[in-house]
Write a protein that binds this ligand. Structure first.
Ligand code: NAP
Length: 260
């Protein structure tokens, strides 16, 4: 299926690795020119080179922390009028809310709520004027089904989701859509360096740890980032203009519910 977005321009935030990278790859395959960001230059350049070589699209790298004003300004300077914006950023740390100070919360809210909101603010009116815009916010399955030790993630991402629910319905008539993609467990560095690393430390191989993590999931496995990228590209496609303000959980069916 041709998604009808060849030649469009996208900003994909936090895209040197993991889910952001997978979204960038799927968009590039559809012929979308990219600005991709991350704090570390090395992995970002490696991802950009790989995408250029495989898909012959323009890929501009912007090194910076997207949760800062400077980081966002640099991304927007490289692509002031994107047709597509994929919001992504590192997630807040786990812990006990009794230990979190105001600064910890502000950091989480900055990264996972205000950063996407300010990027949306910067690009949405241009999208409205051009009568095309696709915005995808990478959040977490924890928005629907809170994870107890990830309280800051549950809270900040739910705040973004609530704001977007209202805005998405104000901009949809201009063929600008805003949707959330809510990952459950995916095989990225983040998972390999946290939950899986603990299992490996306890004596398991990475393959055993991965299999253990997936065995209670209805799909019998954890997700492949490429699957996430494909869903993102579909939501960014020309045909997806009637999908508005939705929150698509991608967790292999782990969230147990009869509907939605
Ligand atoms: P990952 O594999 O660790 O990749 C994170 C990417 O984001 C890297 O490219 C990283 O590069 C970049 N990044 C992180 N913080 C950044 C910042 N402040 N500014 C710019 N770039 C930044 O993580 P992931 O698994 O893809 O996770 C992506 C998001 O989905 C996170 O918010 C995570 O909490 C959420 N999530 C993931 C899962 C999962 O199973 N993987 C499940 C639920 C939610 P640099 O470090 O070089 O900046």
């Amino acid at each position: 299926m041709d998604l009808g977005i060849r030649g469009k321009k996208a900003i994909v935030c936090a895209a040197s690795k993991g889910l952001g990278r997978a979204c960038a790859i799927s968009l590039a395959r559809e012929g979308v020119d990219l600005v991709i960001t991350a704090r570390g230059a090395e992995a970002l350049e490696a991802t950009a080179s790989e995408i250029r070589a495989k898909y012959q699209v323009n890929v501009t790298t912007v090194v910076g922390d997207i949760s800062t004003e400077e980081g966002r300004a640099a991304a927007l300077a490289a692509c002031p009028a994107p047709d597509i914006l994929v919001n992504n950023c590192g997630g807040p740390p786990p812990g006990d809310f009794r230990d979190w100070q105001r600064e910890d919360w502000i950091k989480a809210i900055d990264s996972n709520m205000l950063t996407p909101i300010f990027l949306i603010k910067s690009v949405v009116d241009g999208m409205i004027g051009r009568k095309f815009g696709r915005i995808v916010n990478i959040t977490s399955a924890s928005v629907k089904s809170p994870i107890p030790h990830l309280g800051m993630s549950n809270g900040a991402r739910a705040g973004l989701t609530g704001f977007v629910a209202g805005l998405a319905r104000q901009v949809a008539k201009h063929n600008v859509t805003i949707n959330g993609l809510l990952p459950g467990p995916f095989n990225t560095d983040r998972i390999r360096n946290s939950s899986l690393a603990m299992a490996v430390k306890a004596g398991k191989t990475m393959e055993e740890a991965l299999a253990d993590m997936g065995k209670n999931n209805p799909a019998g496995r954890i997700g492949d980032p490429a699957e996430f990228g494909e869903a993102c590209a579909f939501l960014c496609g020309a045909q997806a203009g009637f999908i508005v303000g939705q929150n698509l959980v991608m967790d292999g069916g782990n969230f147990n519910s009869s509907m939605g």
